[in-house]
Design a protein around this ligand. Sequence first.
Ligand SMILES: [Fe+2]
Ligand SMILES: [Fe+2]
Length: 214
Amino acid sequence: MKIYRCSFTASTAWGGAMDDCRADATYSDAMHKSLLNDDFIYAIVSQFELNTRGIHGPMHWGRVMENGLRLAEETGADRKVVALFAFFHDSRRINDGHDPEHGLRGADFAAVMRGTLFELSDDAMHLLHYACQYHSEGLLDADITVQTCWDADRLDLGRVGVKPRPDRLCTEAARQIEIRDWANYRSENFVVPDFVASWIEHDRNTPVCGGGNA
Ligand SMILES: [Fe+2]
Ligand SMILES: [Fe+2]
């Protein structure tokens, strides 16, 4: 079983593929400043009931966000909805296994936090709620922003040993082999986007840098 170590960042993980590293950093910096500020991230992480180093925690959220933002360049999806989806969709899980209502709980959590943690139009909020509620149903047809959210999540299945099949992806952008390979490599290697790394290290439930091989 692979365990996250806090020194393992996007930069170290990518090694020679520095062009892609810089692209990730661009996504992270831009969105961190424009949307996902420290108060927002703290609010989501601090209420998360599971281990922040787990398969459904902030490491996953960060990769989903970066997957989604990369897809959005081609799909034209609403980037704000995509980023919010990344952080809300698994935020209310109560276990890392079978938890059929977690999507709805995440969707409702987002609805409650709207106006406090973030602002969103009614139409965009509808898309965010729908994307969160149904993200684990295996659906394919939806608004392009919802499809982009779902694909961003599915492209991170490598962390649990699953390579997403093209026919289970919603968008042509996600079905491209170069996109699937890029995302799958990051997922299988538990790449930690820099903008979420510090929040994992401040996890209230586990020691800082306490990961190891197990
Ligand atoms: Fe989920
Ligand atoms: Fe997820």
